[in-house]
Structures are given as structure tokens and as C-alpha cells.
Design a protein around this ligand. Structure first.
Ligand code: SAH
Ligand code: MG
Length: 195
């Protein structure tokens, strides 16, 4: 039996924590396999949060590689930068604060090997268009939460966010400029190669 509050609480939640941790690890590993497969050097991320995926991705890049991650919330960016520092990746990851739709036009003309889209869902079709513009031929567009907790295939759900994910998936699957698929991980990851 645990003999203090901290241990009691840790044990109480550990089964769930291990599950979540392994889900996160799988997702991180999928990103690393994909980036390594295309020899990625330069990655754009939309949605930093705590920096988990940015750190995973940066670890799969060569030492001269870089991740530019966009985050709307200053407090998330500050948190992420602390962890990026602890991971010794401050020279490979830049977190830029602002609304993605306002930052993306400033990146026009730049070339990325991959874009990982993992932020707000309503503008996902617009994020797709930016990704097609910014990713080099043979590079990857990756969209998280492609199943959106099952909402995308629930016909009783039709809010703006779900519509955003559905339209994003439709473009990933049918836009002739890309070749895409939805990988049915716990919440779905859409992956497309730019032709
Ligand atoms: N990619 C992270 C998780 C991101 S969660 C990981 O896997 O570890 C989604 C993040 O997107 C949140 O931190 C949220 O603040 C941010 N976000 C939401 N809307 C945004 C917007 N319009 N522009 C930039 N970031 C946004
Ligand atoms: Mg996500």
C-alpha cells in the first residue's frame, strides 16, 4: 500500500497515465518515422502546446535541421521553450507566437520538407492550402486528429470545427496535388505526400 498522498495519487492514475503516455509515444514515433523516411531537414508545425511533438520531430532531424512551431498562446510558448531548453534543442526549434493564419503569409516563398498541422480545426482547409504552397515536392503534409474523436463520421455532428476537419481530410484524400491517406491511430493522423 502507498504510504503517502503523492504515491497514492500516482498509483491511482498510473494505469491511465501509462496508456496516455504510450499513445503519445506512438504518435511521436510515427512523426519520426515519416520525417526520417523523406530525409526531412526543415519542418513547420502549427500548434506547439507543450512542445512534445516539436521535440519528437526535432530529434528525427539532422543536427542542421530545424522546426519552426507556431503557437497562439504566449503561456504555452513559454512552457514549451523551457522544455525545449531542457531537451537541448533550443538551437533546432523556434517557437513563434501568433495566430497561424497571420504568420503563414509571412512564410510564403520558404520551402519546408514537412508541415505538421495540429492546432484549431475550423481553418484546417486553409492550413492545407498553405501547406501545399510551402512544402517541397516529395515533402509531407501531416494533420493530427483526423478522426476528431469520431465526429468526422458521426452524421449527427455538423459543427464548424468538424466541418473543417472533414474538408481537410477530403482534400488530403482527393486533391490531385497530393497523395494522401488517413492512418487510423487513436484519433487519426492524415498523411499526404506533395506531388
Ligand atoms: N502539437 C502539439 C499539440 C498542439 S495542441 C503536440 O502534439 O504536442 C493545439 C495547440 O494549438 C494549442 O497549444 C493551441 O493554443 C494552439 N492553437 C490553437 N489555435 C491556434 C492558432 N490559430 N494559431 C496558432 N496556434 C493555435
Ligand atoms: Mg492534436
Amino acid at each position: 500500500m502507498p504510504d503517502n498522498a503523492g504515491e497514492y495519487i500516482t498509483r491511482l492514475f498510473s494505469a491511465e497515465d501509462n496508456l496516455l503516455a504510450s499513445l503519445r509515444a506512438d504518435e511521436g514515433r510515427l512523426l519520426q518515422v515519416l520525417l526520417t523516411a523523406i530525409g526531412a531537414r526543415r519542418v513547420l508545425e502549427v500548434g506547439t502546446l507543450g512542445g512534445y511533438s516539436a521535440i519528437c520531430m526535432a530529434r528525427a532531424l539532422p543536427t542542421n535541421g530545424s522546426v519552426l512551431s507556431l503557437e497562439i498562446e504566449e503561456k504555452h510558448a513559454a512552457f514549451a521553450r523551457r522544455y525545449i531548453e531542457r531537451a537541448n534543442l533550443s538551437d533546432r526549434i523556434e517557437v513563434r507566437v501568433g495566430r497561424a493564419l497571420e504568420i503563414l503569409p509571412a512564410l510564403d516563398g520558404q520551402r519546408f520538407d514537412a508541415v505538421f498541422i495540429d492546432a484549431d480545426k475550423e481553418p484546417m482547409p486553409t492550413y492545407f492550402e498553405w501547406a501545399v504552397r510551402l512544402v517541397r515536392p516529395g515533402g509531407l503534409i501531416i494533420g493530427d486528429n483526423a478522426l476528431f474523436h469520431g465526429r468526422v463520421y458521426d452524421s449527427s455532428v455538423d459543427d464548424a470545427r468538424t466541418q473543417g476537419v472533414r474538408e481537410f481530410n477530403r482534400r488530403m484524400a482527393t486533391d490531385p496535388r497530393v497523395l494522401g491517406i488517413v492512418v487510423p491511430t487513436h484519433d487519426g493522423v492524415a498523411v499526404a505526400i506533395v506531388r
